[in-house]
Design a protein around this ligand. Structure first.
Ligand SMILES: Cc1cc2nc3c(=O)[nH]c(=O)nc-3n(C[C@H](O)[C@H](O)[C@H](O)COP(=O)(O)OP(=O)(O)OC[C@H]3O[C@@H](n4cnc5c(N)ncnc54)[C@H](O)[C@@H]3O)c2cc1C
Length: 377
């Protein structure tokens, strides 16, 4: 049998790998996506679908402006709805210090044309009448933020990748990256097959550090466990995603179909790739959600699960080439990969095919010093 060769091998069939393969295949290169399980089996299928423009740096805001434009066009592009809706994001401030931080960040956002509003506690109540405003000072509201359904986005990418003549191979785990000197030549899979390409993109989400090491590249991505729950369908209760930043806070939104879907960030964090859901989460999350919107006592939790964030030290992604010729990275999404996905796919395809960065890119470079922290985490 002859050697199997693609133009580009993408490792990982989550939103980042599939969006990248979609944008690359649109430009007539033959892409082979290798996914160790199935699309969405990693973090993408475990996320809660939130999409927002509200970030704290110009580079991340511009990334999200590109993503938002793509989410808006997905129905036309894919030929079906991905349940994209713009119900907004409301970040809550329970201290003056937090509200001040929101004020500062909202200036950067406004300068870039993002529609954001600083709200008083009474404004927040007017926007979300069921909100418990005890201890609330105010908030920041982005009406254009929203949500989409991750599985439908993945399905849209899969259809297009196949239509464009590229391939997604399931249950194909990469165990080795093949190199000749300082350039990549292909990969070896768990069943011993060697597949060749001059370009390889590491889009392995929480496993990107391991896939980096296979090519001798240090990728500073560390997985940590995050859990989520979903309730049964409820009548309309909340329009925007609510984000309560207190250490014992949580964040959740109501889906177009009525379910409440949400999570909290555990303090302290829980490092590692373990995705076993915990009993503690379910009672704690219910308590926190009901504290914020007391009407939620009526909800029934129908499912809960765990997944991984894939954090870099400064919580910004790594979207870059490396010192190994042909080896590229699109990883370290730090809990925002679903919303970053459409833009990351487009921009990494430019980095690979045109060898240009779309704009001032130091925030996403592999060799940055990782000291500038994303504040709207
Ligand atoms: C509870 C929770 C809530 C979240 N909520 C949001 C949200 O509201 N909005 C948002 O934007 N983000 C959210 N996120 C973050 C988001 O899910 C991730 O940032 C995003 O899915 C990362 O996408 P990815 O493609 O990089 O990784 P993944 O989806 O994990 O895809 C990587 C793929 O690589 C495959 N893989 C790994 N190793 C190999 C190998 N050796 N060979 C072949 N394949 C391999 C895996 O099987 C996996 O499918 C949330 C995450 C969690 C856990």
């Amino acid at each position: 049998m002859g050697k199997q060769k693609a133009d580009i091998i993408v490792i990982g069939g989550g939103v980042i790998g599939l969006s990248s393969a979609y944008h690359l295949s649109k430009r007539k290169v033959r892409v082979l996506v290798l996914e160790k399980q199935f699309p969405g089996s990693g973090s993408t299928g475990r996320c809660i679908g939130g999409i927002r423009l509200q970030f704290s740096t110009e580079a991340s805001i511009r990334l999200m402006q590109e993503s938002m434009a793509q989410f808006q066009g997905m129905q036309d592009e894919f030929g079906f709805s991905v349940e994209f809706q713009q119900g907004g994001y409301l970040f809550l401030a329970h201290s003056e210090e937090k509200l001040d931080a929101f004020r500062k960040v909202s200036k950067i956002q406004k300068n870039l044309g993002v529609d954001v509003h600083i709200l008083s506690s009474a404004d927040c109540k007017a926007l979300v009448p069921h909100l418990n405003t005890d201890g609330l000072i105010g908030g920041v509201y982005g009406p254009k933020d929203g949500q989409a359904y991750p599985f439908k986005v993945l399905k849209g990418y899969l259809d297009c990748i196949q239509k464009n003549g590229s391939e997604v191979r399931l249950f194909s785990e990469v165990v080795e990256i093949l190199r000749e000197g300082d350039r990549v030549t292909g990969v070896k899979t768990a069943d011993g097959e060697e597949l060749y390409a001059d370009v390889i993109l590491n889009a392995a989400g929480p496993h990107a550090d391991r896939i980096g090491a296979m090519a001798g590249v240090e990728v500073r991505v560390a997985a940590e466990r995050h859990e989520a729950f979903i309730t049964d369908r409820l009548p309309n209760l909340i329009k925007p995603m609510l984000v309560d930043y207190r250490p014992d806070g949580c964040y959740f939104q109501q889906m177009a179909t009525g379910q409440i879907i949400g999570c909290y960030s555990p303090v302290p964090n829980i490092p590692g790739t373990d995705t076993q859901a915990s009993i503690e989460f379910i009672s704690e999350m219910a308590k926190r959600a009901v504290r914020l919107v007391p009407e939620l006592w009526k909800a029934h939790v129908i499912r809960h699960w765990a997944g991984s964030y894939e954090n870099t030290p400064d919580l910004s992604p790594i979207i870059d080439k490396t010192s190994i010729k042909g080896y590229y990275l699109a990883c370290g999404m730090s809990g925002h990969g679903f919303m970053f996905g459409p833009a990351v796919g487009k921009f990494v395809s430019q980095i690979i095919l045109d060898d240009t960065y779309p704009y001032e890119w130091s925030e996403f470079r592999l060799d940055r010093d990782y000291s500038h922290m994303e504040l709207m985490k």
